[in-house]
Ligand binder design. Structure first.
Ligand code: SF4
Length: 209
């Protein structure tokens, strides 16, 4: 698979994540992959990402072109759905992204455990600075980087060690909410238990690609 032929099915793309919202740096892009083959987590706030035939299909080439056009792009956060369902295409994307923007951080969220990621997706996690691993567990408290405290945070590069020093003390529930279209909101971050589920609505962002 190469950048010309690789495709990704995405639920949402967004640019402008702030420091502390699913990552350390300002001016990150967000990719929310479409499709979740994981055993469905009770309390999942993103059921609209489950359908593997939903979202929109885009080529890695087009995605890279969009990312390269973004001003001040400092990083990329990838979540889902379950990103590892599209591991091969993400490897293609991240290899090119690393070459084009070597200073940018890459953050990956996966419901797979760290052991399974190492066993089945070593190439993918080898292209990341930070991996947050493990399924969402509704009954466990959130942390500054994860929806539930069972999810493990792995700092894989010197850049990650520097950017994420003391992340456990970052404020909880840093969120970004953006009006997508009339009646549609994009909510990004780790919500509190009290936040109405109706707010956790992810839609295809209208950021131009
Ligand atoms: S929390 Fe993530 S892995 Fe779990 S069901 Fe929802 S989208 Fe799938």
């Amino acid at each position: 698979m190469n950048a010309n032929s690789a495709t990704l099915r995405l639920n949402t793309v967004h640019y402008g994540l702030k420091a502390g919202v699913l990552g350390a740096t300002n001016d990150r892009a967000l990719l929310v992959t479409q499709g979740c083959s994981h055993v469905k987590c009770p309390g999942c706030t993103s059921p609209r990402t489950w359908n593997a035939d939903g979202g929109e299909l885009t080529t890695v080439d087009a995605l890279l072109a969009w990312l390269k056009r973004l001003p001040r792009l400092a990083g990329l956060t990838i979540t889902g759905g379950e990103p590892t369902d599209q591991s091969a295409a993400l490897v293609v994307l991240l290899k090119c992204f690393r070459k084009a923007l070597p200073e940018a951080e890459v953050v990956l969220y996966s419901a797979l455990t760290w052991r399974k990621l190492g066993k089945y997706h070593a190439e993918l996690i080898g292209l990341c600075d930070v991996v947050i691993a493990g399924p969402y567990a509704r009954d466990l408290p959130p942390t500054s980087l994860a929806g539930s405290s069972n999810q493990t945070v792995h700092l894989l590069t010197p850049r990650a060690e520097r950017l994420y020093a003391g992340w456990q003390d970052w404020p909880l529930h840093q969120m970004q909410i953006k009006q997508q279209r009339p009646g549609e909101l994009l909510l990004v971050g780790i919500p509190s238990r009290e936040m109405p589920a109706a707010l956790a609505t992810l839609n295809m962002d209208n950021t131009e690609m």
